[in-house]
Write a protein of this length. Sequence first.
Length: 382
Amino acid sequence: MRVRTRVLACVAALALTSATPALASAEDTTGRPGDLVSAERSAFHPLPGQPTATKAWKIHYRSTSATGAPNVVSGTVIVPQDGRTGPRPLVTYAVGTVGLGDSCAPSAGFPHGTTMEANLIQQLTWRGWAVVVTDYEGLGTPGEHTYTAGRSAGHAMLDAARAAIRLPEAGLGADTPVGIMGYSQGGQASSWAAELHSSYAPELKVKGTATGGVPARLAELAPVHDGSYGSGLLFMAAAGQDAAYPELRLDSYLNQAGKALIGFLRNNCVAADTTVGSFKRISDLTVKNPLETPEWQARLAESDLGTEGPGHPVYLYHALADELIPYSLGSGLRKDWCARGAAVNWRTIVVGEHVSGVISESPRAADWLADRFAGKPASGNC
């Protein structure tokens, strides 16, 4: 009842400024992916109190889970207030790992200036581009966050673009040129969105995808992080896979220490999760290693990238000294996409590591997207 009341209030508010069609009800199971369930005014602040010449809306929209079931995802639409009256490009953006708790969602932090990567997103709005940022499945909405479930994340990005275009106040339309962008967890999401675009959302006018630091094969990350300072990410990923595929029954493999850690991870954000979860070994937290079972191996493999070549140009980048996601995963994805005929512009970040890679490369990736929006050809360097 509260959802319906909220939706009706939102529609009434929007109707004050335009002829807004009724938003879809959350109880309506006939809605399309990308349909708006609710929209309410929000704010976009890269830093606490920092003003921006933008308007923002928090949205809830329909999407599709990793298993093909309908779901509802939240996100934020950000539109520059620069006096532009004609069409403008739209970037659907996915942030890197923020955590598993609902308070970690990008939409929760934007009004307060606490969302990571908000400064990078602001650089896109400075170019006159609208941006929509998904919260991913289960992050800011009921249920657990399906962290590292690639197909779900790809759906969420594409449906966020659909939802932004269907939000009347955003001033976008069916012919809006779309760019896809993300790094790290966002790199997995944006790469999946690139692979799924032609089959899942072919009506979107996607001009290019800029994606970096991509965890293209999840199983190969386990030996990298088991017992290391990045082990918290490994256990977060296990919780995310369990959320996407409940039949995996993660708790049945955990001992008491493992259950306590996973419970903590599910309710906190990345800084606390990676600190508390660091230097833990799988063998110390389980009664049996789930990654050695066929069920877990099969589900992890479902998030492997490179089986489908994107049908539009891609800018793919990776730091040579990436300590969290090995360089070989990025270069391997390049090889797989090139073998499938994709136009891949590959770039090695020679100086830097995982976190610095998104900061240093963001302007170059945005320049590449600007060329795509301008209609310049992209030959790639396969």
